[in-house]
Design a binder for this molecule. Structure first.
Ligand code: SAM
Ligand code: SF4
Ligand code: SF4
Length: 334
């Protein structure tokens, strides 16, 4: 097992396949920054599916067991099913994808499942039309995302996780209705603390709703109790409704940072490796992949990057100066 400087093994790879998105979520790609003049990656700048697959295979040799496809909005990338098919051929890989659900038609869901996708995570921040429209900032309707969730469920991409980012002044009132709605669905609703990723979202600590407050809010209506993690180091803490009607997850990146167990490496669409979500620069793997470097050279480069890793941004958050520029979530992948 390969360990970093804090003895953390490398286990997960997040692959961002595009920096583009059809939403402009306030907390991720605010319109003022990601407007009509914003320059996205050109096609040739992005890793090809062959390059991504080769790299992933090599990382499996270094201990990766889980891959999540993300973005930007991954379903915007052309023929994404094809990448899933290629990655699904790698044995022993837990393959998942995170999407905003906008393009999850019935056909797409069936095709993703047939390509070998095991599970899916769909983001939805409110059931209230106005609140959701103001959060995605492109007037996208709740119904279409709910349709996407239903399509994914019918296609067998279960259990589905639903990600909800909570901003105090925007969608706190949506917490309990979301819990009620998904309670008996078999889907796992996960509340994510609003994070200070990137430089664009104008993050403020007073917009963060700590997980403890969410548990209190829900518990006052629907009694819940904590349950054991599925595996050591699971990022979300788990709670279940005492009446047996399901479970929720809480991702407390701000109030209870989990850097001590962080086993994730992130690959940007452009082929840079980031050892932390809050990194300001990445390691250029694309050049290696495009320079006829041997498998051994690439593996050695990643191994030495991981062995020297000392990131723990969230644990140090309050002590950190905000001066350094950080990479955007839509670029690096959530
Ligand atoms: N576009 C896809 C989606 O929204 O599901 C995948 C990419 S998105 C960057 C991945 C996840 O990151 C989403 O669940 C999103 O809600 C979450 N996210 C984005 N910005 C965030 C922030 N500032 N704080 C916490 N979570 C964030
Ligand atoms: Fe797009 Fe996902 Fe970011 Fe929203 S969170 S802007 S859907 S990449
Ligand atoms: Fe991992 Fe960095 Fe997040 Fe800490 S701040 S959990 S090291 S990605």
């Amino acid at each position: 097992m390969m360990l970093d400087t804090f003895s953390r093994p490398l286990k997960d790879l997040r692959i961002s396949v595009t920096d583009r998105c059809n939403f402009r979520c306030l907390y991720c790609m605010p319109k003022e920054v990601f407007g009509p003049d914003y320059v996205y990656l050109a096609r040739g700048e992005m890793l090809t599916y062959e390059e991504i697959t080769r790299f992933t295979r090599l990382l499996v040799n270094l201990g990766i067991t889980k891959v999540r496809i993300t973005g930007g909005e991954p379903l915007l990338r052309k023929d994404i099913n094809h990448l899933i098919e290629m990655l699904a051929l790698i044995p022993e890989l837990d393959l998942t994808l995170t999407t905003n659900g906008a393009l999850l038609t019935n056909e797409k869901s069936v095709a993703l499942k047939a390509a070998g996708l095991k599970r899916i995570t769909i983001s939805l921040d409110s059931l209230n039309y106005d609140i959701f429209a103001s959060l995605n900032d492109v007037e996208f309707s709740v119904d279409k995302v709910i349709n996407g969730i239903n399509n994914a469920a019918s296609a067998g991409l279960n259990p589905i996780k639903i990600n909800m980012v909570v901003m105090r002044s925007v969608n706190l009132s949506s917490v309990v209705p979301m819990a009620q709605y998904f309670r008996e669905s078999g889907h796992i609703l996960r509340f994510i603390e609003y994070m200070d990723v990137g430089d664009s979202n104008g993050w403020r600590l007073d917009e963060v709703v700590p997980s403890s407050e969410i548990v209190e809010l829900i518990g006052a209506q629907l009694p819940v109790e904590p349950i054991a993690p599925n595996y050591p180091g699971e990022v979300a803490s788990r709670w279940r409704y005492t009446d047996g009607s399901g479970e929720i997850g809480l991702i407390s990146s701000v109030s209870q940072p989990f850097c001590g167990d962080c086993s994730r490496l992130r690959l940007s669409a452009r082929g840079e490796l980031f050892t932390c979500l809050f990194a300001s620069s990445g390691y250029d793997v694309r050049s290696l992949l495009r320079s006829n470097a041997s498998d051994e050279t690439i593996v050695d480069a990643v191994a030495s990057l991981w062995r020297s890793r000392d990131d723990r941004y969230s644990e140090l958050r309050s002590k950190q100066s905000q001066q350094v520029s950080r990479v955007e979530m839509s670029y690096i992948g959530g």
